[in-house]
Design a protein around this ligand. Structure first.
Ligand code: C5P
Length: 206
């Protein structure tokens, strides 16, 4: 195996890619970067009145460590700043450097297999129906004490899907050589097993 081994995991919100990415990284002892967090941090700064490009060019570790990045307002703001080419450009180097880290890396996001790491040894596209994803996000948010309806969450998910898939810069879509995993009817264990099966095959080939 070469020194750096990169696993790119893309897909829409709440498809399970975060859970799979964390588990895969833990399984192999690889580093994990949730790239959505970068866009969320920029979105949170925008909500505070900072211009998105300026925020992206000056992100600090503290911005990424904020504990208010998981809510639906920040998610919507993230998908709004994510359409701006200069915002995306400002975040590229950090992601690519992480992907090349010695010992292996798992990156999850929307454009990892298509734009950030087109050379990745493994590309997965993790998806699920909008209804299933909304229900999962709804359960997460209400468990965390957020008062929100399932309908609102579904509308949020669909608005974000629409913005992410239809933007000019790095739209959300599977890379041509990505393996699709639809988690709509899969347990977490089965989704992880499907991901590991693909990765094992690639690792033995590299
Ligand atoms: O993955 P997460 O839901 O945290 O991402 C928040 C938003 O950030 C997404 O809806 C998307 O607009 C943006 N994003 C992106 N490219 C990535 C990761 C996230 O455009 N690689």
């Amino acid at each position: 195996m070469s020194e750096s081994f990169t696993i790119a995991i893309d897909g829409p919100a709440a498809a399970g890619k975060g859970t799979i990415s964390k588990a895969v990284a833990a399984h192999y002892g690889f580093g994990h970067l949730d790239t959505g967090l970068l866009y969320r941090a920029v979105g949170a700064r925008m909500l505070e009145g900072v211009a998105p490009i300026e925020a992206a060019q000056n992100l600090t570790p503290d911005d990424l460590a904020r504990d208010d990045l998981r809510g639906p307002e920040v998610a919507q703001a993230a998908s709004k700043v994510a359409v701006v080419a200069e915002v995306r450009a400002a975040l590229v180097d950090f992601q690519r450097a992480f992907a090349r880290r010695v010992g292996g890396a798992v990156l999850d996001g929307r454009d990892i297999g298509t734009v950030i790491c087109p050379y990745a040894q493994v590309k997965l596209f993790v998806t699920a129906s909008a209804e299933v994803r909304a229900r999962r996000r709804f359960l997460e948010l209400t468990a965390a004490g957020k008062v929100i309806s399932l309908e609102e969450v579904l509308a949020d998910v669909k608005a974000r899907d629409d913005r992410d898939m239809n933007r000019a810069e790095a739209p959300l879509k599977p890379a041509e050589d990505a393996v699709l995993i639809d988690t709509s009817d899969l347990s977490i264990e089965d989704a992880l097993a499907a991901a590991l099966a693909v990765i094992e095959e690639r690792r033995s080939a590299s």
